[in-house]
Design a protein around this ligand. Structure first.
Ligand code: LLP
Length: 388
């Protein structure tokens, strides 16, 4: 991923910054297109993973729709050229203002997370003489077997309508004339690496699809959400996720009824591997118990390790001398928090002040989750694959 030319370019830049490999993103998008088209699947990109303009433009140009979780994300998607009829809007807490933004712009569908929300959308749509298309986000109680902070499809999670509320939901829908049920929606979690989880999801979707049919509701859309994980340990070997097996799983196990569309909402799998956080070593502390590499990037630029104990590969870009001595280091940031640590006890070649370090697979949920804590500077960027 990093050739000498690129590292020379990095040397001239002020750190820290996010580096995005737009060629890799393009290849990833091609693979999604190739594999999803085989089954006529519709893919929306989950903006929450990264809403950097340059990335969004490429994603939009490659024909993906947009999955948004706020009114501002809806506006951003529109500004970046995503068709309104390819925009879906999810979230447990949509405000009236956000619902109105989506209604005014005639988005494809609201993924509705409660009966109360259904009533509010109905009321706001009626005021505008509109009929809002809605898909019910159902919580299928499927264990995504991922970190508990990014598990969303269990009974104890706040997301979606629970199966025991569905009867009520259908009865409410009968009374509402400004919403139209077009489908059902699911999202069970993120960074899912075991395809059996998606197989279990398909089984639940099939059951519910039949349940609605038995009650006389034809569903145009089955939206199975996102969640496909990436290989954080081997970002070079597995730079493009296995979309072939992923989409094939749904084709095999999902029972589509006549003309039913299948929709996806992928975030991480689209952008994670295209991004790296590039940082410089500020100081090296050698101790009796521990050695520390102190970087100029911290949890303020990439929060995932501090928040989820997430693994990101730490790659040295400066010392390429294979014969140099290795040490075990804790690689930490400059922020006044002990959780500001990117990696513990990693074996690295001897590091020195000024060395460039890449924190890999940071394209998803990196830049977007950054914060200004400690009054940090704004995030900077370098792109390759497409120059200004
Ligand atoms: N659809 C819905 C309704 C979602 O809630 C999410 C992610 C997605 C789609 C996209 O999921 P993906 O394909 O990216 O797994 N900040 C966490 C991840 C939070 C995911 C939230 N929802 C992290 O850094 O791991």
């Amino acid at each position: 991923m990093f050739d000498i030319e690129l590292i020379r370019e990095f040397e001239r830049e002020e750190t820290p910054f996010y580096y995005y490999d737009l060629d890799l993103l393009k290849r990833t998008l091609k693979s999604i297109d190739l594999e999803a088209t085989k089954y006529n699947f519709h893919v929306h990109y989950a903006l929450k993973a990264n809403f950097n303009d340059r990335l969004l433009r490429l994603i939009q140009e490659n024909g993906l729709g947009a999955d948004c979780v706020s009114g501002n994300e809806v506006l951003k998607a529109l500004e970046m050229g995503f068709d309104a009829d390819k925009i879906v809007f999810a979230g447990v807490g949509k405000s009236d203002k956000e619902i109105n933004i989506a209604l005014e712009n005639n988005i494809f569908s609201f993924n509705v997370e409660s009966i109360q929300e259904l009533e509010v959308i109905n009321e706001l749509a009626a005021e505008k003489n509109k009929v809002a298309r809605v898909a019910l986000r159902i919580n299928p109680n499927v264990d995504a077997q991922t970190h508990h902070y990014i598990t969303t499809g269990l009974d104890e999670n706040k997301f979606g309508i629970k199966s025991w509320e569905l009867e009520d939901c259908i009865n409410t829908l009968k009374k509402l004339s400004s919403v139209k049920l077009i489908g059902i929606h699911f999202h069970v979690g993120s960074q899912i690496t075991d395809l059996n989880v998606f197989k279990s999801l398909c089984v639940k979707v099939n059951e519910l699809n039949n349940w609605f049919e038995e009650r006389g509701h034809y569903l145009q859309v089955l939206n199975v959400g996102g969640g496909l994980g990436v290989d954080y340990h081997n970002p070079d070997e597995n730079d493009i996720p296995d979309f072939e097996s992923y989409f094939k799983t749904f084709d095999q196990f999902l029972e589509r009824k006549l003309n039913q569309e299948v929709h996806f909402e992928l975030g991480r799998a689209v952008v994670a591997q295209s991004g790296s956080l590039i940082s410089r070593v500020l100081y090296v502390k050698k101790g009796i118990k521990k050695n520390f590499i102190i970087l100029d990037a911290g949890m303020t630029e990439l929060m995932r390790p501090a928040l989820y104990q997430a693994y990101h590969k730490v790659q040295q870009l400066s010392n390429s001398d294979e014969s140099s001595e290795t040490f075990n280091y804790d690689v930490v940031g400059p922020i006044c928090e002990s959780s500001d640590c990117f990696a513990k006890e990693v074996s690295l070649r001897e590091a020195k002040r000024g060395d460039l370090i890449a924190i890999r697979s940071a394209g998803a949920y990196g830049e977007v989750m950054s914060s200004g804590y400690n009054l940090r500077n704004e995030i900077r960027y370098v792109y390759s694959g497409e120059r200004n």
